[in-house]
Design a binder for this molecule. Structure first.
Ligand code: PFF
Length: 450
């Protein structure tokens, strides 16, 4: 094991770091905006079912492979078998994961930069500095490049400090702050006129929509993205977990907290849209669908904050601070994937590996920024919609078929003495061998053919 490898100091440390990775723009931006564009409550129900039916078992596959092998994905997967073909396949899958994590970070840093820029925009607004506010609030190559660089540098600075002093320390500081800010915002928005109408759309599902294949595949993609699956992030975090931890329980906490925060974010954003409508701001596109994506977060919501005077300025400031914190605890986990690979494979120091990789990914982000229309959506959909679920299937197959059943069960029972009597022991190994991959592939094929 490389001496640069670390370990989380406690189960709490692991849970905050893993939920820090999971809770990000996917929860606070992705989940509410997808809910808005897929008819409200029906999407919420489908998401909850798929998160526990498909994403949680896949999360367990990654955590178990990670703790068992104590390596990054490229070194871990070949170790699971002694046959040449699965070993080669393992290496290729691992490299595909590292590449996908890097691609996700390259667009994530751009989006996080947009959001981070809204923090000084809100400060300038509150202090009456109109020209400065406009510069920070409106997209330009200079602003986007600068904030993407700032965000990438912050991410690299934390990862360079290592597992305990960087990732764990910062996640334990930032995650509680995030939850408190979020609860405060939800409580404020729900007291405003119009919020109830949004609450109704969010909480009362129209069950006729729930079988829509587009809704189901979006919910599955969202669940995989939200739990940071497929790319080796959770595998690496699993490799830092002590053998005395009960993995199925710890993994369940991570999945529950992640889903809970996505649900809370919906409770904030969907009612906020209807508060905006109540104040005369349009929340529908010309084709009568609800506004979603960047327009919702970067136009409609700021318009709402503006219409609420000074209090709105402060709400806006807190909201964008919240998004920036969430993005940072996720981006450190993405950067950790190529960094651990490089430091274990090429025996570089953590600091060197971090700065080289962070700079390369930043150059990739600049490339996307300069060719935004041609590249941005393609990179997002190739890495998240296609690669993440596909890699999720491969990881389930590796855990189910390549990891010997005895070793798999021994890994589950480490830190979980009553494992043999549990439901998890009886169901899960067979489930990830057949059912989970089949379900993911079916939904995947359905999506491509439609
Ligand atoms: N789970 C993060 C979010 O919801 O924003 C995104 C993410 C983090 C994806 C880490 C992939 C990853 F490796």
């Amino acid at each position: 094991m490389s001496k640069e490898r670390g370990q989380f100091s406690s189960r709490f440390g692991f849970i905050t770091a893993a939920t820090g990775s999971a809770v990000g723009l996917g929860n606070i931006w992705g989940f509410p905006t997808q809910t808005a564009s897929h008819g409200g409550g029906a999407f919420v129900v489908a998401y909850l079912i798929l998160a526990f039916l498909l994403a949680y078992p896949a999360l367990m596959a990654e955590l178990i492979i990670g703790r068992h092998t104590r390596h990054n994905m490229v070194a871990a997967l070949p170790q699971l078998s002694s046959q040449p073909l699965p070993r080669l396949l393992g290496k290729v899958t691992g490299l595909y994961g590292v590449l996908t994590a890097s691609l996700i970070l390259s667009f994530y840093a751009i989006v996080a930069g947009w959001l981070m820029a809204q923090v000084p925009a809100a400060v300038a607004d509150i202090s009456g500095q109109s020209p400065a506010k406009n510069w920070f609030a409106q997209s330009s190559l200079a602003r986007d490049g600068l904030f993407c660089a700032l965000f990438s540098a912050l991410t690299a600075a934390i990862v360079a400090r290592g597992v305990k002093d960087g990732i764990e320390r910062w996640s334990t500081r930032l995650m509680p702050a995030l939850i408190l800010l979020m609860l405060g915002l939800v409580a404020t928005v729900l007291t405003l006129p119009g919020a109830l109408e949004g609450l109704r759309l969010y909480l009362i599902p129209d069950f006729s929509l729930i079988t829509d294949p587009a809704l189901l595949t979006s919910a599955m993609g969202q669940a995989f993205f939200s739990l940071s699956l497929g790319v080796g992030t959770m595998l690496i975090y699993g490799s830092y977990v002590s053998k005395s931890d009960n993995l199925p329980l710890t993994g369940a906490y991570v999945a529950l907290i992640d889903t809970g925060i996505a649900f809370l974010a919906g409770l904030l954003i969907i009612p906020a849209m209807f508060v905006a409508q109540h104040r005369g701001i349009s929340i529908y596109n010309t084709d009568n669908t609800l506004i979603a994506g960047p327009d919702l977060i970067l136009q409609t919501l700021p318009e709402l904050f503006n219409s609420l005077g000074v209090a709105g300025g402060i709400i806006g400031l807190v909201f964008f601070l919240l998004l920036s914190i969430a993005a940072l605890t996720s981006s450190i986990s993405m950067l950790e994937v190529p960094v651990t690979f490089t430091l274990e494979q090429f025996k570089l120091s953590r600091r060197r590996a971090t700065y080289w990789i962070a700079t390369t990914i930043f150059i990739l982000s600049l490339l996307i920024l300069f060719n935004f229309d041609a590249l941005f959506t393609t990179v997002v959909s190739v890495s998240t919609q296609y690669s993440q679920p596909l890699l999720g299937v491969l990881l389930c197959l590796f855990a189910g078929w390549a990891l010997h059943r005895d070793k798999l069960l021994r890994e589950i029972s480490a830190g979980f003495p009553a494992a043999e009597q549990s439901f998890f022991w009886k169901i899960w190994p067979g489930y990830i061998r057949f059912i989970c991959p089949l379900l993911i592939i079916t939904m995947f094929v359905q999506n491509i053919s439609s």
